[in-house]
Design a protein around this ligand. Structure first.
Ligand SMILES: C[S@@+](CC[C@H](N)C(=O)[O-])C[C@H]1O[C@@H](n2cnc3c(N)ncnc32)[C@H](O)[C@@H]1O
Length: 419
């Protein structure tokens, strides 16, 4: 058994402890340096193992419950969960079991449970791989499942859960005229790679020919369709996928975000791709100027991104969503004031909850007499008419394009201000 495989597993267990015990998002843990001491390959492995375990958590818990009289301490439970998922995904039993026994035996507090870990994982190794594919697709927790069923129906939520369990391929947005790695060209124009490997080693990365951006996330700028030279504000810009699209279209872009560290990513992305934008760190609600077009990609529950962030349903409980919904409507009101008469504003969120999408736009249309929806703006390649909503927005869900590998959940609407 290699030390490096065990180190990656130990870090994966730590990440699981943080998500499932402390309610922290993986992105927060990684940004705080949780796996920085590992070699790059082991770092990637630790992250992949944590993600796979969270995706398969319900199945792992069901298998383990057959062999546990009571639930052990969280970190031992997480070692068992990780071991069960690896075993059921075809990893060799001796490596997984020995590694988990070693990790638990080194714990001062839980070392005495190494025998239990050994016995339980051996049983899972014997029966798990055959049982695994017959088990139901893991469900979302009720706090999220129930409002989604109320919004989209049970069949749609089952499809969304299948998409979450399958995970996400890697989508790229190409700079106009650039060539990217060869992959599937999606109807909306993004390039999809099903087995991408390490992003920074793909052809064209260093030359800045493309950037990683889910196909759904690439649509708001296509809907806004900025013209060269137009003065455009990207109001919540970091890490900058949409800023780069706006700049690549030749717009005069101001990118604003409240987070200094996230804005650093925008600067790096612009430098890598050779694109230009004015970068401002500040509060969207305090920004003053006038623009021809505005993109408001508002902070939201991010419930549309669970394919790539399976930690979210475990780290969150919905308690902060009310505050986000209020912030979205204040941001939309402020952004509306920054838009010139005759201008266009795209409001979007990577949320599956209508309160952060359809309802925000319906309420805004009632509130502002100079606001109307531009349905024609949704006439972009690859957008299906079924995705267009009653109030004239675009609803995207992870269960769409099931044969292609799904897409992020998103809501997008183009609002025009009377001249
Ligand atoms: C959905 S993300 C934006 C993603 C980005 N548009 C992209 O395509 O890469 C929402 C962003 O809103 C920012 N944000 C949250 N509150 C803000 C505020 N009051 N003013 C400006 N930005 C804010 C967050 O820092 C976060 O980067």
């Amino acid at each position: 058994m290699s030390n490096s495989a065990t180190a990656a597993r130990r870090s994966a267990i730590y990440l699981l402890d943080q998500v499932l015990g402390e309610g922290r998002l993986l992105a927060e843990c990684l940004a705080a340096g949780a796996v920085d001491r590992l070699e790059p390959e082991d770092r990637a492995r630790a992250q992949r193992l944590a993600l796979e375990t969270l995706r398969g958590l319900e199945r792992a818990d069901r298998l383990l419950a057959n062999h546990l009289n009571r639930t052990p301490a969280l970190t031992v439970h997480n070692a068992l969960r990780l071991g069960a998922v690896e075993l059921c995904n075809g990893e060799a039993a001796h490596g997984v079991v020995n590694s988990m026994v070693e990790i638990v035996s080194r714990s001062r507090k839980h070392g005495r449970l190494k025998g239990l870990v050994n016995a339980v994982l051996r049983k899972v190794a014997a029966e798990g791989p055959e049982a695994w594919p017959k088990m139901r697709v893991p469900r979302l927790p009720d706090w999220l499942r129930e409002p989604l069923i109320a919004a989209w129906g049970t069949d749609a939520v089952t499809g969304i859960e299948q998409a979450h369990f399958a995970g996400a391929p890697l989508d790229l947005t190409l700079k106009p005229g650039a060539e990217g790695p060869s992959g599937e060209i999606l109807p909306t124009g993004s390039v999809r790679l099903h087995d991408a490997g390490q992003v920074s080693t793909l052809p064209g990365y260093k030359d800045g020919d493309w950037w990683v951006q889910d196909a759904a996330a690439a649509l708001p700028v296509r809907v806004l369709a900025p013209k060269a030279g137009q003065k455009v504000l990207d109001l919540c810009a970091a890490p900058g996928g949409k800023t780069m699209q706006l700049a690549a279209a030749g717009a005069d872009v101001t990118a604003l975000d409240v987070s200094d560290s996230r804005m650093e990513r925008v600067r790096e992305n612009l430098a890598r791709t050779g694109l230009r934008a004015k970068v401002i760190v500040g509060d969207a609600l305090e920004h003053e100027d006038r623009y021809d077009a505005i993109l408001l990609d508002a902070p939201c529950s991010a419930t549309g991104t669970i394919r790539r962030h399976p930690d979210l349903p475990f780290a969150k409980d919905g308690s902060e969503f009310g505050g986000l919904i209020e912030l979205q409507s204040r941001m939309l009101a402020h952004a509306w004031g920054l838009l010139k008469p005759g201008g266009r504003l795209v409001y979007c969120t990577c949320s599956l909850l209508p309160d952060e999408g359809e309802v925000q736009v319906e309420e805004a249309l009632d509130m502002y007499s100079d606001m109307s929806v531009d349905r024609d703006a949704l006439n972009v390649p690859g957008v299906e008419t079924d995705w267009i909503t009653e109030e004239g927005g675009l609803r995207l869900r992870p269960d769409y394009w099931p044969d292609r590998g799904g897409m992020d959940g998103f809501y997008i609407a183009c609002l025009t201000k009377s001249a």
